[in-house]
Design a protein around this ligand. Structure first.
Ligand SMILES: NC(=O)c1ccc[n+]([C@@H]2O[C@H](COP(=O)([O-])OP(=O)(O)OC[C@H]3O[C@@H](n4cnc5c(N)ncnc54)[C@H](O)[C@@H]3O)[C@@H](O)[C@H]2O)c1
Length: 288
């Protein structure tokens, strides 16, 4: 359902997706295409043009380029950044500077709604033993498991600031492992299927909720111990359960793990070294 300003005014709704060429962006793009909606797809890496799609090659730390990308936009889905542990300076630039620049550009352009990709690793040291029966609430204070998690806690704080100061609706999604299938045993708890990821983002785009909210981005997994009630309040209706993949993980993965903690093996990653996942070299140019 398109309920942005564009839809209300009878014109096409425009949604800016940053980091659109990445893993989550690539999974989300086809699932967010709607009649009457334009997806503006921003990334350092080019995205192929197509019907209802406007590719933009830009760096989210470039204020002028980011303000230009926000022109006429009804909502921003901000995914761009480094999605794993990495050297501190690179994380700060991509995740904190990038998010501040995007929020400031959205404010200047009058964009009323922003969805921020946070991560479960902003709260990675929370323990299952302290979770209430109904599940760990999404608004628990940050308890990062890595420098990566620290930068996402800062992303959440920036979202809160822009919501309180400027009346923007900001949703910070503490995303679990968003892959077509759970990649490891530990992600049977925290898996977010691509369809459920799209359902959650769509709920944020169409919700009338105002202010700042933190929500878990987790599927309806049998093994989850996170509360989905807060996301369900804004219309998230997850359908997928990782349990159907459980049989393929007969043995736990080798290496240090922290069962019972949100962040699991991330609680042991060496700080400031590149962690698992795609490595994105730092770039300072805004186009290539
Ligand atoms: N994939 C997951 O399971 C997962 C889980 C939790 C949170 N997240 C968050 O979701 C977001 C997307 O993750 P992903 O797995 O798709 O990562 P990814 O690395 O595959 O994609 C990130 C994209 O952002 C782009 N990017 C990086 N820096 C940029 C910059 N300065 N300007 C413009 N574009 C830039 C990259 O080119 C890349 O295409 C990240 O913010 C990540 O922290 C992902």
């Amino acid at each position: 359902m398109a309920t942005g300003r564009g839809a209300a005014a009878g014109r096409r709704e425009t949604v800016l997706i940053t980091g659109a060429a990445g893993r989550v962006g690539t999974l989300l793009r086809p699932r967010l295409i709607r009649p009457g909606r334009v997806l503006r797809l921003l990334d350092l890496d080019p995205v192929s043009p197509g019907p209802g799609v406007e590719p933009v090659v830009a760096d989210v730390t470039d204020p002028a380029a980011t303000v230009a990308a926000c022109a006429g936009v009804d909502a921003v889905v901000h995914l761009a950044g480094i999605p794993t542990e990495a050297p501190w300076d690179e994380l700060v630039r991509a995740n904190i500077d990038g998010t501040r620049t995007v929020l400031e550009a959205a404010r200047q352009a009058g964009v009323p709604r922003v969805v921020l990709a946070s991560t479960i690793h902003a709260a990675g040291f929370h323990h299952r033993a302290s979770a209430p029966e109904r599940g760990l609430p999404p608004g628990v204070p940050p308890r990062p498991d890595t420098y990566y998690g620290v930068t996402k806690a800062a992303v959440e704080a920036l979202g809160s600031l822009y919501a309180d100061r400027f009346g923007m609706a900001v949703f910070a999604l503490r995303l679990g492992a968003c892959f077509p299938e759970p990649p490891a045993e530990e992600t049977l708890e925290s898996w977010l299927s691509p369809e459920d990821c799209a359902r959650l983002v769509e709920a944020c785009l169409s919700s009338r909720a105002t202010g700042f909210r933190i929500l878990w981005g987790i599927s309806r997994n049998t093994r989850r111990w996170w509360s989905l009630a807060e996301a369900e309040e804004i219309g998230y209706a997850p359908r997928d359960d990782s349990e159907r993949f459980a049989g393929r993980f007969a043995k736990p993965a080798p290496g240090p793990d922290e069962p019972g903690r949100v962040g699991r093996s991330f609680c042991h990653l060496p700080l400031g070294e590149w962690g698992p996942g795609p490595r994105r070299p730092a770039r300072t140019d805004s186009g290539h």
